[in-house]
Design a binder for this molecule. Structure first.
Ligand code: 5AD
Ligand code: SF4
Length: 464
């Protein structure tokens, strides 16, 4: 049987039963994008989206294993759901990168036997077959395959937003930062065929989407794998990230392009030049720093020093007018001393990031950093986190002030929460702007707004 036959069989079996699904997504935007594909598949089989968790007949967890807290949340929820299963016969499926970890898979098999389906990051496409086995054959399915599988194209997708869309351009990671589990669970870098990507974006533009975010663990490594995981194999001129960006920039109807995440090590001059010339690419770029200390960076296997990061940030700001940077920072990496942490604060003071995603180092079994003896005590890690947050908060206040008088191009998201006569939207750096509409605009339009006031948690503007 083919996937389409499984879809049809499940659809026939559950028709008229009004069955509902819910997907709980943990982790990053890549997982959100996978969840949109999962939703596309289960809706094709006849399930509709549940309004509340409790009414779901099918619960799907899309897990993340980058940091420890997602595991606690998953197991907490699984305990809760057990009772639901006893009364409603709810089908439980768990997928995502946590399931690619052998220890996690073993734990589910041993202690959570009531889970019906386990699938991996590469087996989303076989969900119809998995559900068929559970519903029709009354089997349990554990369908996790190795991590370097070929790229599967053409899955249906049910997007969460009508105007903004995420498009995964590559899977996996080859960088092996010493704290990170991603290369072990998501496998080697695998770039999608550029024609498939561009076709997807052209279709999105036709459907009315105006903003796309290109996703990958390392978007600026795009094409370095020579497309060997594509099926059929491709030979293409669009063989690096800069060239792909230019092509996306040429697509009519797309007005804004974002991407997440690049690696500082691969931020080559041609990528900088391309961004400068492609006016649709937003002027806020995410560039994960992780640590501001060269010794720690070396131990993290990041491939750059403090000075090199500062030079790169400087060069980018110089070449791309109005550029702002956002970043990820980990505090409390094993062995991090007080002085080394101070270097991170120093870089934060110098670069003045627009947004910082801060993480407390979390030990991931199987990674190099996890086996180190010199783990930083929890209390110190938390104190450093608070100090970094304090510095960042003080910078944000000053930054908001700098927005007053500037013109921002934003997408109208909807009425303001506190005042229905006003609209709100977000700057590319995620700051909320509230403004009075002229009457002609509608939700989803991209408009220019001049910022007039800073209210600390939001900015007020006037439509131009
Ligand atoms: N502990 C804490 N943060 C981590 N990240 C990745 N691995 C870990 C870990 N073991 C953070 C990095 C990365 C972001 C997605 O998650 O900052 O950029
Ligand atoms: Fe993890 Fe480093 Fe790869 Fe990012 S670049 S996914 S932090 S190994």
């Amino acid at each position: 049987m083919e996937e389409v036959d499984f879809i049809k069989s499940v659809k026939d079996e559950i028709k008229d039963k009004n069955l509902k699904y819910v997907i709980l997504t943990f982790g990053c935007q890549l997982n959100e994008n996978d969840s949109e594909k999962i939703a596309g598949l289960v809706e094709k089989m006849g399930y509709s989206k549940a309004n509340v968790f409790e009414e779901a007949n099918l619960v799907i967890f899309n897990t993340c294993c980058v940091r420890e807290n997602a595991e606690e949340r998953l197991f907490g929820k699984l305990g809760e759901i057990k009772k639901m299963k006893e009364t409603n016969n709810t089908i439980i499926a768990i997928g995502g990168c946590m399931m690619q970890e052998k220890s996690m898979l073993d734990k589910i098999k041993k202690s959570y036997r009531y889970v019906d389906i386990v699938f991996g990051t590469h087996t989303i496409g076989t969900l119809p077959e998995d559900l068929y086995k559970v519903i029709i054959k009354n089997e349990k399915v554990k369908n996790v395959i190795d991590i370097d599988g070929e790229i599967v194209e053409g899955l249906p997708i049910r997007r969460n937003d009508k105007f903004r869309a995420s498009v995964t351009i590559m899977y996996g990671c080859n960088k092996f930062c010493s704290y990170c589990i991603v290369p072990y669970v998501r496998g080697r870098e695998r770039s999608r065929n550029p024609e498939d990507i561009l076709e997807e974006i052209r279709r999105l533009a036709k459907e009315g989407y105006k903003e796309v975010t290109l996703l990958g663990q390392n978007v600026n490594s795009y094409g370095k794998d020579d497309f060997k995981y594509c099926n059929p194999k491709v030979q293409t001129e669009i063989n690096n990230f800069a060239k792909l960006l230019r092509e996306v920039n040429n697509i009519d109807g797309i007005e804004k392009i974002k991407f997440m995440s690049p690696h500082p090590r691969d931020f080559t001059d041609d990528v900088i030049e391309t961004i400068r010339e492609c006016e649709k690419v937003t002027r806020i770029i995410h560039m994960p720093l992780q640590s501001g200390n060269s010794k720690v960076l070396k131990e993290m296997n990041r491939g750059y020093t403090k000075e090199q990061f500062l030079e790169l940030a400087e060069k980018m700001k110089k070449r791309i007018p109005n550029l702002k940077l956002s970043t990820d920072i980990i505090v409390g990496f094993p062995g991090e001393t007080e002085e080394e942490f101070e270097d991170t604060l120093d870089v934060v003071r110098k670069v003045e990031f627009e947004q910082i995603f801060m993480f407390i180092y979390s030990k991931r079994e199987g990674t190099r950093a996890a086996s180190r003896e010199d783990q930083v005590p929890e209390e110190i890690k938390h104190k450093r986190f608070d100090r970094l947050k304090e510095l960042y908060d003080s910078q944000v206040e000053l930054q908001n002030e700098k927005y007053v008088g500037t013109v921002q191009s934003i997408m109208i998201e909807g009425p303001s929460k506190n005042d229905e006569t006003k609209y709100c939207g977000r700057t590319d750096s995620n700051k909320v702007i509230v403004f009075k509409p002229n009457g002609k605009e509608k939700i989803g339009d991209i408009v220019n707004v001049k910022i007039t006031e800073n209210h600390k948690w939001f900015l007020v503007g006037e439509i131009m």
